[in-house]
Unconditional design. Structure first.
Length: 184
C-alpha cells in the first residue's frame, strides 16, 4: 500500500485541478480524507486478503462510488457545485486509493469489481509497499517514500503546475472588446 500521506496528497492535488472557484475548507478536508478512507479496513479483525480484511471491499470501485455518492449528496449545495461533477470528483479520489495500492510492488491485489467478481488486480509495481508503523517515514531512509515522491508526487506536482499555469495565463488575458472575434 502507498502511505496515507500520498493518498491524501493525491486527493488535494486533484482537488486543485477540479476546483474552478474558491471552495470552503471542508472541501479540502474531504479531498484529503476521502482517499484515505479505504485504509480504515486495517482495523478489521478479518484476515488480510478477505473481502472484509485489509485490501478488501473498501478498495473496490463500488465502495468508492457509495462513499462519493453519500458525501456528494451531503455537500453539493454547500459547495455550490453540480452534484454530478462533485460525485465524479469524489469517486475519482476515493478510487485512486485502490489504484495506487495496485501499483505497489507487494501485497494482495485489489478487488476493484467486488462484489461482482473476487478477482484481484496488482501488484504491478513500481511503488514500494509502505513501511509499517504509525510514525512519519523518513524520506532519506524509506524506499516507499522515495518511490512515491518519484512516481506519484512528481507527476502530481507537474499536473497541478500545468493547471495553475493555464489558469494564470487565461486570467491574464484581457477581455475581448465588443464586436471582436475572440478566436483570433
Amino acid at each position: 500500500m502507498a502511505t496515507i500521506y500520498t493518498h491524501a496528497a493525491v486527493g488535494v492535488g486533484l482537488g486543485y485541478v477540479f476546483a474552478r472557484h474558491r471552495l470552503p475548507p471542508l472541501f479540502w478536508l474531504l479531498a484529503g480524507f476521502l482517499p484515505v478512507i479505504p485504509d480504515l479496513d486495517v482495523f478489521s479483525n478479518a484476515p488480510y486478503g478477505r473481502a472484509l480484511g485489509h485490501r478488501g471491499f473498501t478498495h473496490s470501485l463500488v465502495f468508492a462510488l457509495a462513499v462519493a455518492g453519500v458525501v456528494a449528496a451531503l455537500t453539493f449545495r454547500r459547495f455550490r457545485v453540480n452534484f454530478w461533477d462533485l460525485l465524479g470528483f469524489f469517486f475519482v479520489i476515493t478510487a485512486s486509493h485502490g489504484i495506487l495500492d495496485a501499483f505497489t510492488n507487494g501485497g494482495y491485489g485489489i478487488p476493484f469489481f467486488w462484489p461482482l467478481a473476487d478477482r484481484r488486480f496488482g501488484p504491478w509495481g513500481p511503488i514500494q509497499v509502505a513501511d509499517i508503523g504509525f510514525e512519519f517515514p523518513d524520506p532519506w531512509t524509506s524506499r516507499s517514500v522515495r518511490s512515491e515522491l518519484l512516481y506519484v508526487w512528481l507527476p502530481l506536482v507537474v499536473l497541478v503546475g500545468l493547471v495553475a499555469a493555464v489558469r494564470w495565463r487565461r486570467d491574464r488575458r484581457p477581455p475581448a472588446a465588443a464586436g471582436e472575434n475572440p478566436a483570433k
